[in-house]
Design a protein. Sequence first.
Lengths: 323, 140
Amino acid sequence: MLPPQIDPQHCILTRQYAVYTPPMHEMIGQIGDWLDQQRPGGFIYGASRLGKTRAIRWYLADVLAERAGLVIPLVIWNRRADQVPTEAAFWHQLLLASRFQFANPVKTPKKTEGAYNCLQRFIAIAKSGGRNFVVLLIDEAQDMTLREWKWLVGLQNQLDYEGFLLSVFSVGTHQLGYRHEYLASTGNAHVAARFMAAHSRFHGIRTVDESAYVLNGYDADSEWPAGSGTPFLQYFAPTEYAQGRRLSHRAEELWRALIELRPASARNFNEFPMQHIAMTVEGMLKQLAQGEDWESVTGYRGWLDGLARNNYSDHMRIIATEG
Amino acid sequence: MATYPSVNWWRGNLRHHESYLSFVVRFAHLNGIKVTQAFEFLDALTGRQSLSNEADVHRIAERIGEDESTVKTVVTAPIQLTPCPGSTIPQSRIDGSLRYCEACAAAGYHSYLHEHRWLRCCPLHNSPLKVLQVGTQAGP
């Protein structure tokens, strides 16, 4: 039971937040480079739960805008695994992803109408940024079908004919890499060449320094409520915070625990999932808010307990088999 | 997070002193919706008031990502010539008709100025204005 001064709407409790990580920075930097090079496409792949989707949802647009000094005309589409693979549904999903005012979420337009509206929508988005390019970012792209890739080829061609460049960047699990090989070896090399010639891996947390960087996100590089200037650690553990205690000072302990709990089958896997670190820290913040002792909560034993509670070892066993 | 408008429109698409009707029709076309639906959407932004005020102008400009000063020339139709008592200048508008310049229309432009009955020729092209009977929903 949390004390009454802890607002149940705090983003740590609702889990509606993200902490910026070095792998996120690398991914966004890579996409920024591809944009600078005006690449028609590229894909980012990585194991589950490393933070790819959080990077896209919370940081991609803003960091790209900051880097380029302008608003990037960016449409982010989360490709649902249960997506009905019809052309009409495909255009409908793209219209919804572009937050188009007049796309009815419960009514799919006819195929030709959807395709035309999508073309107009992408042109309008490019023009609203005063540019002649638009970017489509597909999250969970490993489930994209060949037909969907081909519809995107058509859209890209049409936009090109109208004088606009469409870059399609996809993000997904390792299966996306196999998709590239599959397309190339089944007579669809032109699709692979457009959208998958450039690729990059999304990493997990790889070093003690990266662990410290992540933990510093909770110590300093965060705030709630918005505009308050109160970092997450200060909110949940004000006394310890005032005493100068910081989670980032415990990065060594976290790193040792990550190594220690790594199962034998994942011994060669030296990247660790952000989600399990985040869930462990969230648990620690709650323990601290309940008045538990700093040393026992944030010490080596505390990290071991927290990671074990969140099934970290099982997850490592699974992702080690993904490649 | 800075982003693009949720409707198909962009800064610079609206022309100074364009008629509200022209704006609505072009808005409907770009967004793939019916003209009545476009009227409903844009009228809702102005609170369906007969005279648009600064707040309405701001709301529309913000929603479509358009320049506020340009929107003002469209939704408030600022250039007017009110006849004095006893003047022979006719009233501005006849319901059910649309006055237009063929050259402007060919370029996709229609101004509320064309609707003034005291204007006989297009101020841009100096060509006589045409009158089209279009029914009662022609005016803004």
